[in-house]
Design a protein. Structure first.
Length: 94
């Protein structure tokens, strides 16, 4: 799949574009791909559609791993498109 220029993509309805948050371990080691798959499903919202009510760009999201299917909605190695309904928690830094 060709990489998309994410700045030119606008989500519709209640869809969110988010990027995977890559976390280092407590020892500062970047996690392997296998470890990332088993890690919490946390993403950072980049853009939100006009019908999204509970999420703003910049929020950290926890998504339901049973409803979130990244293979079907993957833009590139970093960005995902999914409906607001799979978000189960939001953390705001402001």
């Amino acid at each position: 799949m060709e990489k998309q220029d994410i700045t030119k993509v606008e989500p519709l309805r209640d869809y969110i574009i988010a990027e995977l948050e890559v976390k280092a371990s407590k020892a500062g080691i970047i996690l392997s791909e296998a470890a990332k798959e088993n890690a919490e499903h946390t993403l950072k919202a980049v853009k939100c559609g006009p019908d999204v009510k509970g999420v703003k760009a910049g929020d950290t999201l926890l998504v339901n791993p049973f409803e979130f299917v990244p293979q079907k909605v993957k833009f590139d190695d970093e960005h995902y498109l999914f409906p607001e309904s799979v978000v189960i928690a939001v953390r705001r830094l402001t």
